[in-house]
Design a protein around this ligand. Structure first.
Ligand SMILES: [Fe+2]
Length: 294
């Protein structure tokens, strides 16, 4: 296994080569990869030809897989193209067609264009996400990653002390409202109940590295004890600050790239592509978070 950093002495983004993730990975290499994720937050592996089954097996080396719930009408199992252990973040339906412009699944998936951390709206959010590029769009569709540790480090002392005890409320409803969803018309009462906000601390610490970070996501819609409007102004400002170019890496996908990112330490978003016209087959497996971060 050979590692190469994006920039000299950088602790964000690491390219890993000379390892085939479809094969058996030794325990010592699993430990090494785990350390690299904790240290660099995003690992890029090129030329990984991998099946769904192999991707699941590799993912399970790092913990329990988070399975997509059936708590949304757009995620019902009868509509699934792939197995339950794979999050289908492609634009392809089970009949191998791209989603139409107004398909509810497509509209719901537009949430991926907003800066977010996967499953931050769940009580136990995602730890790592592994995204395999089986086919890519000709133009656009880059994924951008923002380093929430660097964003925290660059805050001044006064601001760090102001935010240290803030608790934010995350819900899928908040991010969909940002997109313009009319929640009462477009979501069922059952979905609204399933997406009740969960509380997450705004400042967290990674146990392995002891580094602090701002835990941000477009799923945040309120800060505990604040009015909603003030909360939104504050969170929008913070997201704007934390996604300045100096904290962001833009990944231009190549077919068979596999990226592992740490949702605890980063936010990400996908950029526009012609999603009703061409296939972008991206398959994600997700490692469930296990520890309660402070
Ligand atoms: Fe995501």
């Amino acid at each position: 296994m050979i590692i190469k950093l994006l920039k000299k002495n950088s602790d964000f983004i690491c390219f890993v080569s000379k390892i085939d993730l479809s094969k058996n990975i030794s325990n010592s290499n699993v430990k090494k990869i785990d350390k690299l994720i904790n240290k660099y937050a995003v690992l890029v592996f090129r030329d990984q030809v991998i099946t769904d089954q192999q991707q699941v097996k590799f993912t399970e080396l790092f913990g329990k897989i988070e399975e997509p719930g059936n708590n949304s009408s757009v995620a019902k199992s009868k509509n699934r193209r792939l197995s339950k252990k794979i999050s289908d973040v492609s634009n392809i339906n089970k009949n191998s067609k791209t989603y139409k412009k107004n398909d509810p699944v497509r509209l719901f998936n537009l949430g991926n264009r907003l800066w977010h951390s996967d499953s931050s709206y769940k009580k136990i959010p995602a730890k790592y996400s592994l995204l395999s590029a089986r086919s890519i769009s000709k133009e656009g569709g880059n994924t951008e990653f923002a380093d929430m540790r660097a964003a925290y480090d660059n805050l001044d002392r006064k601001f760090k002390s102001k935010i240290k005890n803030i608790v934010s409320e995350h819900s899928l409803i908040y991010s969909r409202q940002r997109l313009g969803f009319d929640i009462n018309k477009e979501l069922s009462s059952e979905e609204i109940k399933n997406f009740l906000p969960v509380k997450q601390p705004l400042v967290r610490k990674i146990p392995m590295t002891k580094r602090k970070l701002i835990y941000l996501s477009s799923h945040i819609g309120k800060i505990r004890g604040w009015v909603r409007e003030d909360s939104m102004c504050f969170i929008n400002d913070l997201i704007e600050y934390a996604t300045k170019p100096e904290f962001v890496y833009i990944h231009k996908w190549q077919k068979n790239d596999l990226i592992i990112w740490d949702n605890r330490q980063t936010m990400h978003r996908v950029r526009h592509f012609e999603d009703t016209k061409e296939y972008r087959d991206m398959r994600r497996t997700t490692v469930l978070g296990e520890e309660k971060l402070i």
